[in-house]
Design a binder for this molecule. Structure first.
Ligand code: AFP
Length: 326
């Protein structure tokens, strides 16, 4: 009506993309959007908490200030449990998945794998952090408890994937397999508003992002690629917050690398809730995600917190890395 499309309006409009949909996925995406606003509010206060705490005006009951990543985990779990569309959640914060036992959740059609607050080592220094989520249709019978099989599905089975970036402004970006759309949070009205419709990424970019401290521990092919980036005068940018690095490269064109190293042959990043959702987004935007050999979304996971080498971003750059690793 006033020329702004909010996330909620957009999700409702897009429900027609799924002919037999009941609206559960739409409600689930809205629950994630809502929970992320609560996390965003706390993230924005992160620096203030210590100040007010030191002045004695916080924690009058002597409660310990929770770490933000634990807080975010609890917020998403509560939101998804009370929503009733999800029967279980696997999170970076918990060793095992959580099967929701309440009746409405047992009837939920979906499971969610998520990293509630990625890049948490950046919180204390006021650098952008993010939430990453991946949604699957459950394999187990509706009405029963969620099982491991529900979570160990390849990324190609995702029904939605997305991230929230808590940055200079906060954004929610997601895909359900019909393109990628980004929404910027307008704090004055507390709504995510469509700001980046139909996001596409360049086939070739100028930016490369890697923790080059790992150079000597990396495969010769990776060393060659990094050397070539320098010879070609490419731009090095690395925040150390996957969502922020990924988001910048998606918009500007570039590649993010987290290869395996001699001490960590599978790299650092987790397949289920870091690599897969961003792979879904990048592919929908025209880019590529690979472990150097295989398409990320085709890897069949063996365990919840499985790690894999990760190369994601502009298609030609990822392919060049794959070529050097052969
Ligand atoms: P933290 O949550 O420990 O900060 O890890 C963040 C992360 O998973 C990802 O967001 C970064 O891209 C990557 O690790 C950074 O890893 P390095 O510190 O090894 O570069």
């Amino acid at each position: 009506m006033i020329g702004v499309t909010t996330l909620d309006e957009f999700i409702i409009d897009r429900q027609d993309d799924f002919p037999f949909a009941t609206g559960d996925l739409s409600r689930l995406l809205r629950d994630i959007g809502f929970a992320s606003k609560i996390v965003n509010r706390e993230v924005n206060k992160a620096g203030l908490v210590d100040i007010s705490g030191a002045a004695g005006s916080e924690n009058i009951q002597g409660e310990q200030q929770q770490k933000l990543d634990v807080f975010a985990d609890e917020v998403f779990i509560k939101a998804l449990k009370s929503g009733g569309e999800v029967c279980g959640i696997a999170s970076e914060e918990n060793d095992d998945f959580i099967a929701f036992e309440n009746e409405s959740s047992r009837n939920g059609k979906y499971v969610v794998a998520m990293d509630p607050l990625d890049g948490s080592s950046n919180i204390d220094v006021n650098v952008s952090i993010g939430t990453i989520f991946s949604i699957f249709r459950r394999k187990s019978e509706i009405g029963s408890l969620a099982t491991m099989e529900d979570f160990l599905q390849p990324g190609t089975e995702q029904v939605a994937g997305g991230y929230v970036l808590y940055g200079s402004s906060s954004m929610l970006v997601y895909t359900t397999g019909n393109g990628v759309n980004g929404f910027t949070l307008d704090p004055s009205i507390g709504e995510y508003c469509l700001s980046h419709a139909g996001m596409k990424t360049a086939e070739n970019g100028k930016i490369y992002s890697m923790n080059e401290g790992n150079y000597f521990q990396s495969h010769k092919g990776i060393q060659k690629y990094l050397d070539k980036c320098k010879e070609d005068r490419k731009t090095a940018r690395y925040i150390g917050s996957l969502v922020a690095d990924f988001h910048r490269n998606l918009i500007k064109g570039g590649v993010y690398l987290y290869p395996g190293t001699t001490s960590a042959p599978s790299g650092k990043l987790r397949l289920l809730y870091e690599c897969n959702p961003l792979a879904f987004i990048v592919e929908q935007a025209g880019g590529k995600a690979s472990d150097g050999d295989q398409r990320i979304m085709e890897i069949v996971p063996r365990e919840l917190h499985q790690r894999c080498p990760y190369f994601v971003g502009s298609k030609n750059m990822v392919e060049e890395i794959e070529g050097l690793l052969k």
